[in-house]
Design a protein around this ligand. Structure first.
Ligand code: AMP
Ligand code: ZN
Length: 117
């Protein structure tokens, strides 16, 4: 755990968040500033800075994150076969990344536009 990391604080239960799913290595919670009717952050409990810092040995946690994202969307009735969802990982300044703890945005519940801004 990184001492001054807000998402480590959420994963540890020290910072309040609306948790929507939890597995052995992953926590999912509602985004504080939602950009879609469903906007959830899926994070590894273990501190990883961002997708550029993933290593081959992190493969399992990454798959666990995508499985939790699918489960969260399905729980909201937005499963891949009918509505679907968008997964986003921002990396670095140009992406507008703001929280240096790996997180998978799950955005759903509206028709998305492309390209993203
Ligand atoms: P990014 O810009 O990709 O780093 O995304 C960070 C996301 O975390 C943004 O969508 C924020 O709204 C969200 N966020 C920041 N602080 C919190 C918090 N305390 N609880 C829930 N979501 C948060
Ligand atoms: Zn962290």
């Amino acid at each position: 755990m990184s001492m001054d990391c807000i998402f480590c604080g959420i994963a540890a239960g020290e910072i309040p968040a609306k948790i929507v799913a939890q597995t052995a290595n992953v926590v999912a919670f509602k985004d504080i500033n939602p950009q879609a009717p469903l906007h959830v952050q899926v994070i590894p409990i273990r501190h990883i800075v961002d997708a550029a810092h993933l290593e081959v040995s992190d493969a399992a946690v990454l798959v666990e994150m995508t499985a939790v994202a699918k489960q969260v969307a399905e729980d909201a009735g937005l499963d891949p076969a009918t509505r679907g969802y968008r997964l986003v990982m921002n990396v670095g300044p140009d992406s507008q990344s703001t929280v240096p703890h790996l997180h998978l945005h799950v955005l759903a519940g509206r028709s998305m536009t492309w390209p993203p801004g």
